[in-house]
Design a protein around this ligand. Structure first.
Ligand SMILES: [Zn+2]
Length: 200
C-alpha cells in the first residue's frame, strides 16, 4: 500500500514502547509532512546516544563517561549507598534534595520466572562495591511491588553478617491523601510502620 521506504519507516517506528501500527503510521506521516528537520535531528541524536551511551562503571546508570556525574562528584556522602531499580528512580530521589549519598542502579528487579536472577541485576558488582568502598549504610529503595520487595530482601540477606547497615525506604500514606481512598495494602503498611510523634 505504501512505497517500500515509507513502509520501512512505519515498521521500524513500531520498536518504540507503546507505539502500535496506527501510531507508527501517524508518526511517520507527521515526520515526512511537517517535521523533516526535527526528524533528522532525532535520527542523529538517536545514533549518537545509542553508540556512545554505556553504563557508569560504579553505579551502572546510563552514562557516556566511565563515571556518571553523581559518582564523579566530590560532594556526595560516599558512605551511603541507595539501591534503586531504574535511572528514573535516581532522578526522582534527587528531586527531593533529601539524600546526599551515592546510588546503585540494578536496571531491573529479581524475576526468576523471566530468567532474571542476581547476575542479571548485577548483584555481584553491588556486593563488590559495598566491600571495596566500606559502605556504612545501604538504603534499599526498590519499588514496593512483590518483585521489588523480594529484591530488597535478597540484598539485605546477603549483607546480614557484614558491618553494613541495611534500611528499607518507608511506604505509607501519601501527603495530602485521604485514608478512605487508600488501598488496603498501603494502609496496612502505614499502620505497621507507624512512627512516634516527635514533640521536640
Ligand atoms: Zn555512577
Amino acid at each position: 500500500m505504501f512505497t517500500p521506504l515509507v513502509q520501512q519507516l512505519i515498521d521500524h517506528l513500531r520498536c518504540l514502547a507503546g507505539v502500535g501500527p496506527k501510531s507508527a503510521q501517524r508518526i511517520a506521516f507527521q515526520l515526512l509532512e511537517r517535521q523533516r528537520e526535527a526528524g533528522l535531528t532525532l535520527a542523529s541524536t538517536l545514533h549518537e546516544a545509542l553508540t556512545k551511551v554505556g553504563h557508569c562503571q560504579r553505579c551502572r546508570t546510563f552514562s557516556e563517561n566511565p563515571l556518571c556525574g553523581l559518582c564523579a562528584s566530590k560532594t556526595r556522602n560516599i558512605h551511603q549507598l541507595c539501591v534503586v531499580e531504574n535511572p528514573a528512580d535516581v532522578y526522582a530521589l534527587e528531586q527531593t534534595h533529601s539524600y546526599s549519598g551515592l546510588y546503585f542502579v540494578l536496571m531491573g528487579h529479581l524475576s526468576p520466572l523471566d530468567g532474571i536472577g542476581p547476575e542479571e541485576i548485577h548483584i555481584p558488582a553491588l556486593k563488590q562495591l559495598i566491600q571495596q568502598e566500606s559502605i556504612q549504610e545501604l538504603i534499599l529503595a526498590t519499588n514496593p511491588t512483590v518483585e521489588g520487595e523480594a529484591t530488597a530482601h535478597y540484598i539485605a540477606n546477603l549483607l546480614k553478617d557484614t558491618p553494613t547497615r541495611c534500611s528499607r525506604i518507608a511506604h505509607g500514606v501519601p501527603l495530602d491523601g485521604e485514608l478512605g481512598y487508600l488501598d488496603v495494602g498501603t494502609l496496612s503498611r502505614a499502620l505497621t510502620l507507624r512512627t512516634a510523634i516527635d514533640l521536640s
